[in-house]
Design a protein around this ligand. Structure first.
Ligand SMILES: Nc1ncnc2c1ncn2[C@@H]1O[C@H](COP(=O)(O)OP(=O)(O)OP(=O)(O)O)[C@@H](O)[C@H]1O
Length: 299
């Protein structure tokens, strides 16, 4: 059995490279066979998964090393029947937190996955006229997407990442967007929210690098947790932030929470949308259909 490893050396500000550097000598020392495929540029994951799938035999394993974005892009290129293993090497690592994969301990994570049997998890599956795919963490429309969009394109992020303050970039952008983002109207399964501010569907508790947005979410179930926050006064919204960090935001009357298996939604205006931290837009009156899909993980 050979491990076909897809690694993003640049994830987590170079953590992908550090994880690979720790893992490869260990595999060699243990006599474990491997083939390493490192991404050469952004969005190289799908190409490498295709190469891996033409080379591997059914007994070989697929191991992904990177952040949530790398995992998401790789799984979108992998068929549902193909089991995968994962070692986190990002900055947020929400999927790894949700599945209990050791963070910052690549050898511990590897030893665990090496012994593991395939287990079924449920990820998000989305579909519209314009796009389709799966998401391992969450799909957000409005505030979180606007923050991700502002952070991803900001040169400030690169600078702050270098001095290990990437999370500060999120915080600064979050504050700027908080004050400028306007509410929007969204209809989900026939319920209309006319003053929506944050609208996030998640399969597991975490978003934004460990923030417990939906503490009861689980990858082991097909439930999709929907958290919607209405735009109300900004002082109230700012006061809500520490509660979100503690997972205690559901008592606020402006927070709406639903658990469901499928959602059909549409907005009346074009809005930013984030899918596992990559940014898109949802066009006005273009329905998006969200459900779940089963995947096999060996961790
Ligand atoms: N060789 C590369 N050079 C530049 N970008 C890359 C490379 N390989 C992959 N990418 C891009 O990096 C992004 C994914 O980064 P990833 O999310 O894994 O790390 P992160 O942002 O540090 O972690 P997290 O999402 O956990 O915060 C994707 O857009 C992917 O296409």
């Amino acid at each position: 059995m050979t491990y076909y490893i897809l690694a993003n050396p640049f994830s987590g500000n170079g953590q992908g490279k550090r994880v690979t550097k720790a893992l490869i000598p260990y595999l060699a020392q243990q006599g474990i066979s491997y083939e390493l495929f490192e991404t050469q540029h952004a969005f190289d994951e799908a190409r490498l998964i295709k190469v891996i799938m033409t080379q591997k035999t059914p007994l070989d394993r697929v191991l992904i090393i990177g952040g949530d974005g790398t995992l998401s892009l790789a799984l979108n290129a992998l068929t549902p029947e193909q089991p995968f293993s994962y070692i986190p090497a990002g900055s947020g690592n929400d999927f790894a937190r949700a599945f209990g994969i050791p963070l910052n301990q690549p050898l511990k994570a590897f030893k665990k996955l090496h012994q593991a049997n395939p287990q079924t998890i449920h990820v998000l599956k989305y579909d519209s006229q314009e796009m389709s795919g799966i998401a391992v963490n969450n799909i957000g429309i409005g505030l979180d997407a606007a923050i991700v969009a502002a952070t991803n394109k900001g040169e400030v992020k690169q600078l702050l990442n270098k001095i290990k303050l990437g999370r500060l970039a999120y915080l600064l952008n979050a504050l700027a967007v908080l004050f400028s983002k306007r509410p929007f109207s969204i209809t989900v399964n026939h319920t209309e929210f006319t003053q929506a501010f944050l609208f996030t569907m998640t399969k597991h508790p975490f978003f934004g690098g460990g923030i417990p947005l939906a503490p009861k979410g689980s990858l082991l179930e097909s439930d999709i947790h929907l958290v919607e926050l209405d735009h109300f006064n900004l002082i109230g919204i700012v006061a809500l932030i520490p509660k979100v960090f503690k997972g205690k935001h559901f008592t606020n009357r402006h927070v709406h929470y639903q658990i469901g298996k499928t959602y059909t939604l549409s907005t009346t205006s074009e809005q930013p949308m984030q899918i596992d931290g990559e940014t898109f837009v949802i066009k006005a009156n273009k329905p998006l259909y969200v459900t779940t899909e089963e995947r096999l993980i060996m961790n």
